[in-house]
Design a protein around this ligand. Structure first.
Ligand code: SF4
Ligand code: SF4
Length: 472
């Protein structure tokens, strides 16, 4: 039975409720009156229920689909403006005891080079990342209590926060590791992590069990209830995601919104971010076994409908997506992207020999961070390296208040411009610097609060003079 307040995975992600919602959406996909009503509600920018959102996803009326896209763009603009937060993944270890069928790190893959970074190697990787200009990382590691115990992850986080190379610093470490115990989540919280990220992959229990035949991850309930344990441990920035293409996308779309609803009602804090990866080609993975792949158009529609359904949640795409695909979804709701990424263990400090390939998946966007930053600015976006909220303790509820009161423009915008200025001074090519300099002058004028605008301009001048790390 469906119960958003239940602690049990099978009740807050009720299969029965998802099926009923999908059937309802199917029946109403050309119901103009209903879709218009939902759009009217959505235009208040306070979100939609999973059932309403799936009706929009399925909408078969051309003109209303256009309205859906325009509304997603308006919500994106209202809450996030033209800022795009930048981050990079850092792969610590590809040892893994799970049997995930879509991931080359699965235990039985014998062609992949297994690697685990030593603390010394982490210093090299992070130094390389700092020298590119990154300030925000997402740590990735397979599940392996022997090779990657929680102590290894904690020690690595400490090492990363300690490294200061030239003007570089990693100011926020997000962590994407396997579902674990409340006790371990407490340890992660004490280590000062930013967001705890865990992808559900698919919410469809039967498919989940087929895709995860062995290892601890095969326990659907333990995995699906992980965010509640993280919350119990005091973590209040949590990132969820599904791997689109593993299962029927409509099912997973409904599932992820139900998960967000559960987190907000049951744990008191909705997800900080939603990631929308798509299945990619990778070593020892046959993409033909996944017949649920989604087209670029469907992908764009998913992003737009998620933006409308959960306006307060940041949305992330990675370099799995091509430049063209990223360009399209940035407009529709994406607020964070990775740039200059390597998805192999040790990939930043040294170029790998092809035969030693240890990458998790193929990258579609191979551009450097400087190229991505320039490209974003040419499209009219402001690349942001901001980590201010985390460092000011504005997490969970406090962050949501900022967002819901629409104060982001007086806070995120100046922070974005100041961190972009740091990037331009320390790491950018001449061409990027020139475009960025002009952009900052223009964008400063958009800060409505005059006191903040003046202060931000002063800070930016100080950054030019060599000072660093200002924030609102
Ligand atoms: Fe391991 Fe994660 Fe890959 Fe599964 S998806 S095999 S848990 S690294
Ligand atoms: Fe994110 Fe907070 Fe910075 Fe805004 S001020 S970009 S919400 S960290």
């Amino acid at each position: 039975m469906y119960d958003v307040m239940s602690p049990k995975a099978e009740e807050f992600i009720s299969d029965e409720e998802i099926r009923a919602s999908l059937a309802y959406a199917e029946e109403n996909k050309n119901n103009r009156e209903l879709i218009e009503q939902i759009l009217e509600k959505a235009s208040k920018m306070e979100g939609l229920s999973h059932r309403e959102a799936i009706v929009l996803l399925d909408c078969g009326l051309e003109d209303l689909n256009e309205q859906i896209y325009r509304l997603a763009e308006a919500i994106k603009q209202e809450f996030y403006g033209n800022r795009i937060v930048m981050f990079a993944p850092l792969y610590l270890s590809n040892y893994c005891i799970n049997g995930c069928k879509y991931c080359p790190y699965h235990l039985k893959n014998k062609h992949i080079a297994r690697k685990k970074l030593t603390q010394e190697e982490i210093i090299q990787e992070v130094t390389a990342l700092q020298d590119m200009g990154h300030k925000r990382l997402a740590l990735e590691a397979g599940e392996d209590p022997l090779h990657n115990p929680i102590e290894y992850i904690l020690e690595s986080i400490q090492t990363i926060y300690r490294i200061k190379h030239k003007n570089g610093a990693i100011r926020r470490v997000n962590v994407n590791i396997a579902a674990t115990t409340v006790e371990n989540y407490k340890k992660l919280k004490d280590a000062g992590i930013g967001t705890y990220i865990l992808f559900q992959e698919t919410y469809h229990k039967e498919s989940y069990e087929k895709l995860h035949p062995t290892g601890p991850k095969s326990d659907y309930a333990y995995h699906t209830e992980a965010m509640d344990r993280a919350r119990e441990a005091g973590i209040d920035d949590m990132g969820i995601g599904v791997l689109f293409g593993l299962n029927n996308y409509r099912y997973d779309f409904a599932g992820i919104i139900m998960h967000a609803e559960h987190m907000e009602r049951y744990g008191g804090v909705g997800p900080h971010t939603i990631s929308v990866p798509r299945v990619r080609r990778a070593d020892d993975i046959d993409p033909d076994v996944f017949d649920n792949g989604i087209s670029d158009d469907t992908f764009a529609k998913i992003v737009a409908c998620l933006r409308i359904a959960v306006p307060y949640t940041g949305m992330i795409v990675s370099t799995r997506e091509s430049r063209e695909s990223r360009e399209r979804v940035l407009k529709l709701g994406i607020s964070q992207i990775s740039g200059g990424s390597k998805t192999s263990v040790g990939g930043y400090a040294k170029e790998e020999e092809p035969e030693e390939n240890s990458a998790q998946f193929d990258i579609s966007d191979h551009r450097s961070l400087d190229e991505v930053v320039r490209w974003l600015m040419e499209l009219g976006y402001v690349p942001s390296f901001c980590t201010a909220c985390y460092r000011e303790g504005r997490t969970g509820d406090r962050f949501m208040t900022l967002l819901k009161n629409r104060q982001i423009i007086n806070c995120c915008h100046p922070n974005a411009l100041m961190t972009l200025k740091e990037y331009l001074e320390d790491y950018a090519s001449d061409e990027t610097k020139e475009i960025g300099g002009r952009l900052i002058l223009e964008e400063l004028k958009k800060i409505p609060n005059q006191t903040v605008q003046k202060k931000a301009a002063e800070y930016i001048e100080n950054i030019h003079l060599g000072k660093r790390d200002f924030r609102f």
